[in-house]
Every structure is written in structure tokens, then in C-alpha cells.
Design a protein around this ligand. Sequence first.
Ligand code: COI
Length: 369
Amino acid sequence: MSSTTTATGADAFERHLATSVRSDEERARLMAEPGFGTVFTDHMARITWTERDGWTHRRIEPYGPLQVDPAAAVLHYGQEIFEGLKAYRHADGSVWTFRPEANAARFAASARRLALPELSVADFLGAIEALVQVDGAWVPSGEETSLYLRPFMFASETFLGVRPSREVEFLVIASPVGPYFSGGVRPVSIWVDETFHRAGPGGTGAAKCGGNYAASLLPQQEAYAKGCEQVCFLDAATGTYLEELGGMNVMLVGADGSVTTPALSGTILEGVTRSSILATLRAQGRTVTERPIALDELRAGLADGSVAEVFACGTAAVVTPIGRLKGEDFDLTVGDGTTGPVTASIRRTLTDIQYGRSADEHGWLHRLA
Ligand code: COI
């Protein structure tokens, strides 16, 4: 395989295809009820980086286990970042993704924070395009289904000293998915954690790195024990303000139809779904505010009805209604506990664009196949 190439985008990726792939019947069986993140396609995209040579060996290769040295830096110091985006099949069979440049930009920002090498937008998009060109048959067409794309980058150097890795691997894997939460799109319950925090000022909260998610797992386990699907974190500095959920942003809908979400404080992730929802709502003329939201304010608003709806949003979650908010000394139902009209309408507006059912006025769709 040559390490230098003049081709760009998807054409730069050499195709080393699997000698045997799943049959049409087996693929159909695996895609029938995909769940989230358990089934993977036949191939993966990959690029290797070394401090000496930069990014080389752009290739598509069979999906399979990686050979990683037990002393690889990522296994010890967690130098890793990832992204999440989806490929949607439209009614005419074409395949599209949503705002991939935004994911590429966030991936580059995460790389800077984790002292990993930046990947160009062309390589980020090229890897996704090349993978979907090869594994396009894995993009499902059922309601609420898509091909979840997971780009990630990790420190692969065999070295136990604590410094940025001089060798890095970038991969994209793909998984046909249905709704993130089991049981389909339905209101979920949230546990508000007042003990643990996800990220602190000056930390990695705004980066999409594995460490942030690792820090969320114990509180997430606590949430499950309390009968909730997700955990909500408060800011680490004061323990007062809502930050985000374990793997998604959060928004409040007022009784007057206005929408409020925690401001980007440097400790929360700037979700692509979050920013798309805010832009869509603003274009509709709705009042949208990004500001610190105290847990006390949310509790009072749910109690007096001035907060009518609460929802989670993210690539995986799309727009998920929140029906109940629990903490050590409170247990509040949001509205009547069912999906509110504004939440339902935002979800519909967004998914209509993603699935090609309505005009893409913002130019957010990017054709993959
Ligand atoms: C996403 O929404 O794509 C995420 O990365 C959240 C979660 C699945 C980790």
C-alpha cells in the first residue's frame, strides 16, 4: 500500500475489501431491529499518523479487532477523541449526512484540547464518504433508523511516559441504528446528580473525549439505580446550574413557547443537534435563550407550570422528551409526563430535514451516495 497519494477526499482511500462479507439475508436480519451500537458494517476507514510522516495510509479495510500493544498510550492515559453523526436514507434511495463539517470542526477542536494531531476536513469527510460508498447497503430505510458513523482517534504509541503520543490511529466505524433509548421514542426520566460532576472549568468538558464519558458512568449507574435513563450534571464550580446529560444536551420549553438551554460555558459540549435546533427555532421566530439555568429555577418552573416541556438532544438521542426529573429530595413530572407539542414539533422539523421530507433551507445535508 502506498503511503503518499495525490487523490483527495474519498478517492484518497485505498480499498482493501473483505474477502467475504455478510450475505444480503444476514445483513437484513441484523438490520431488522438494530437497537443502538451493537451491529457493525463489513468495513472501516482508517488513517495512520506519525509525528515524522503526518497522516498516511488512507484506506478502507475489513471491520475487525485492532492489534494494539498493551503499552499503547491510550490504554493508560486515555488520549482519545470521537465524533458521532448519522447517514440517512431518503425515499429515493440516496444517502445523506447532516452537517458533517460541523463534526469535523469539533473533532479538530477536540484534537487540539487532547494534544492529538488535527485531521483535515477533507480527510474527515473523505473517510466517511469512502466507508459509505463501500458499505452503503447497511444504511437502513425504516422509520427512525440510520447508519450511525463513529469517527475516533487514539494514541497508539507504545510508550508509558506521560506526553502526547507520537503515533495515532484515526478510524471510522459504522453501525445501523434505531432509537438510542430502548422502547423507541418516549419520555425518559432524568436523575439530577448533585454529588459528581462531568467536567470542571479549564478541563475537557467542551471536547468530545472518552474521558468525559468515563467520568459520567458512575453517576449514570446511580441514575439507573434510581430508575432513570440518564443523568443530568450540574456545574462543578458552584453545583447550581444545569450543564448537560451524560451523552446529550438539554433544553427547556416555557409555557409561553420560548426555549432556553444552558449557555456554552466551556464545560459542556457544543452539540451539532443543539446548534441546529437553536438555528431552526430562531428561523421560525421563536424566542431562544442560551444562559445559565439554575436547578432551583427549573424545579420552581416545573412546580408552577412556567416550564412546560424539557427535552434532551444529540445525534444519538435526536430529540428525546424528558417526562420526569428526580433528585435526592425531589421527584417532578414534566407537564403531564407525555411528549409536549413543542418537543414533538422540533423533533419532526429536524428529522424531516435529515430524512429529506422537507426542504434543506440551511444547506445542512451532504450527499454520501
Ligand atoms: C452522539 O449523540 O452521537 C453521542 O456521541 C452521544 C453518545 C452516544 C455517546
